[in-house]
Write a protein that binds this ligand. Sequence first.
Ligand SMILES: Nc1ncnc2c1ncn2[C@@H]1O[C@H](COP(=O)(O)OP(=O)(O)OC[C@H]2O[C@@H]([n+]3cccc(C(=O)O)c3)[C@H](O)[C@@H]2O)[C@@H](O)[C@H]1O
Ligand SMILES: Nc1ncnc2c1ncn2[C@@H]1O[C@H](COP(=O)(O)OP(=O)(O)OP(=O)(O)O)[C@@H](O)[C@H]1O
Ligand SMILES: [Mg+2]
Length: 273
Amino acid sequence: MQDEQAAIIEELGVAAQFDAKSEAERRTTFLADYLRASGARTYVLGISGGIDSLTAALLAQAAVRRLRDGGYAAEFIAVRLPYGVQADEADAQAALATIRPDRSVTVNVKPAADAMLSEVKREAPDLFEGARADFHFGNVKARERMIAQYAIAGAARGLVIGTDHAAEALMGFFTKFGDGASDILPLAGLNKRRVRAVAKVMGAPDGLIFKVPTADLETNAPLRPDEDAYGVTYDQIDDFLEGKPIDEAARERILTQYRSTTHKRALPVVPLT
Ligand SMILES: Nc1ncnc2c1ncn2[C@@H]1O[C@H](COP(=O)(O)OP(=O)(O)OC[C@H]2O[C@@H]([n+]3cccc(C(=O)O)c3)[C@H](O)[C@@H]2O)[C@@H](O)[C@H]1O
Ligand SMILES: Nc1ncnc2c1ncn2[C@@H]1O[C@H](COP(=O)(O)OP(=O)(O)OP(=O)(O)O)[C@@H](O)[C@H]1O
Ligand SMILES: [Mg+2]
């Protein structure tokens, strides 16, 4: 393995060994312990119909159940955050049926996202013309989801769970201060196939575990696979994170993407002292 690959694996906290059952247990305990230690009472998480949010939600629901059994009042709130009607709503409902959250809240982010875009556009229409406009608006949707989750967490003595994991962190594939904003990351250090393995031992159905991952942010390209945007496959990303050799073009693509998104994995830049 090359030095840079090894350094990235260490930075992103990807373990050499992995056992799904013990990881599920360790991460459930982590969520339970942190909620109690923080004095907060609620975990809040957006449920998209994808595997990352399903896995994090299964861990969170198990953690709050365990806390309640131990006499600590705790609750999990699952938040549906469609932009209008989403193409894979049935998957989101299947995820909710699997999670069986203590409470479920649906907030349509379309009115707020549309209103924000139209106000910004009125002042600076030239910035929102052309092919990239839909892409930039996708980030507005992700940030509206963040606002809704923090509104609920603030009112419910809650903490917002993020679903970032090593595969997405490697590629910087999240909206800064959108889905990248959270209080706690129970999937940190897992690559995508390890997220799926944790989901499996937590009882998720195969149809959701092996669903094609999608950020689903672009209005003009619903359910666009993440792999189309990456130009590499999750298998290649996962192999890279497990220290395995991958083909040279994929490796270059990953490293270029990793280097150009360094700022997304860091605190805001400050003057040198
Ligand atoms: N060098 C630098 N130092 C410090 N800050 C820098 C910077 N370069 C850009 N920035 C800032 O970062 C901003 C760009 O970052 P950001 O706003 O995140 O936008 P960006 O990285 O351009 O787009 C987000 C990407 O993440 C994907 N995504 C988003 C949300 C969810 C998911 C998913 O998988 O579910 C995927 C989305 O499809 C897209 O490819 C710039 O507008 C600028 O403010
Ligand atoms: N439509 C949505 N409703 C609720 N939450 C959402 C929605 N879209 C995105 N999110 C939140 O943003 C997170 C990031 O999305 P992302 O696509 O990376 O994960 P996912 O959909 O759970 O899994 P996958 O990557 O396999 O599609 C989600 O885990 C979820 O918490
Ligand atoms: Mg998704």
